[in-house]
Design a protein around this ligand. Structure first.
Ligand code: GDP
Length: 294
């Protein structure tokens, strides 16, 4: 992920470093190249436009152009702007004082929701919580089994219920957590292949029934900037708090991750990079921006 973009940016910066002093033309040429590199990384067009405009304006300031190390300062500006694009500050998962805390995961089928639910439970368990996973995907018969297998692997209890009503299962799950002293409930909901009303209505009904403290939307990094459209569609029906971006270990170009915050206003809270239980990490915009710049 981001490999191509990193290579391109490093090439642009080493071109600037080799020049010593920089003129306005040098900055303009570099910004054109950055623009191309971001578009090729599948970043949303509007996001690219705004990013380049603000980066350019800052790089053209006299204190950068007339400084002793202009190229280094340009790199610093790009780093700052990339960090801002990715969400600026860390958006840690903060649990409220309500017990049990309810976290609901939504997203399209195949986005990595079930895997992320289990990994989130594992992460919370490693921090001393006692989570409960609730399997509300009643349509894909294998979904509850998959969650059960993952829960067993991670030593986390899974509540499956026996009916076909996801709202009831979610409510029962919360009650089960209260009766069995679990302090966090993670509700894995059903997804569909495309955004549709039935999926949204169901998510909204579960939300109304269990009043989650937090709703996280799982998006697949491989979807590119289309994640932005999916996230916007969800945001209209089921207001969510943040995003878990899955499959960051794949060879996605990174456009989705770079566009999401600016277009939807929703922060990336976690990234998932792999199949192992501990491959869910809190997202740090500054660290990711530094990684992209290499
Ligand atoms: P759901 O339909 O949204 O619940 O998606 P699943 O959790 O079943 O995930 C769909 C597929 O993606 C499964 O084969 C997962 O093993 C895989 N997967 C999920 N997260 C990741 C990840 O971070 N990296 C990789 N490489 N694969 C993942």
């Amino acid at each position: 992920m981001f490999d191509n973009l990193s290579d391109r940016l490093q090439g642009i910066f080493s071109g600037l470093r080799s020049k010593g002093r920089l003129t306005e033309d040098d900055i303009n040429a570099a910004m054109r190249e950055i623009r191309m590199a971001l578009l090729e990384a599948d970043v949303n067009f509007k996001v690219v436009k705004e990013f380049v405009a603000s980066t350019k304006a800052r790089c053209l300031e006299a204190e950068i152009l007339d400084s002793l190390t202009p190229a280094q300062n340009v790199v610093k500006v790009v780093l700052d702007e990339l960090t801002a694009l990715l969400g600026q500050s860390d958006s840690k998962l903060v649990l409220t004082s309500r017990i049990p805390n309810v976290i609901m995961l939504v997203g399209l089928q195949g986005s990595g929701k079930t895997t992320a639910s289990a990994k989130l439970a594992y992460l919370l368990k490693s921090k001393g919580h006692s989570p409960l996973l609730v399997a509300c995907d009643v349509y894909r018969p294998a979904a509850a089994d998959q969650l059960q297998t993952l829960g067993d692997e991670m030593g986390v209890k899974v509540y499956r219920g026996d009916g076909q009503d996801p709202v009831r299962i979610a409510e029962e799950g919360v009650r089960f957590a209260i009766d069995n002293l679990r302090d966090v409930v993670i509700v894995d909901t059903a997804g569909r292949l495309h955004v549709d009303d039935a999926m949204m209505d169901e998510a909204a009904a579960i939300k109304a029934a269990v009043k989650p403290d937090q709703i996280l939307m799982v998006v697949d990094a491989m979807t590119g900037q289309d994640v932005v459209n999916v996230a916007q569609a969800f945001a209209e029906k089921v207001e969510f708090d943040g995003v878990i971006m899955s499959k960051m270990d794949g060879d996605a170009r990174g456009g989705g991750a770079l566009s999401l915050k600016q277009v939807t206003g929703k922060p990336i809270k976690f990234i998932s990079a792999g199949e192992k239980p501990d491959s869910l990490e809190e997202f740090h915009p500054d660290r990711m921006a530094k990684r992209i710049l290499g």
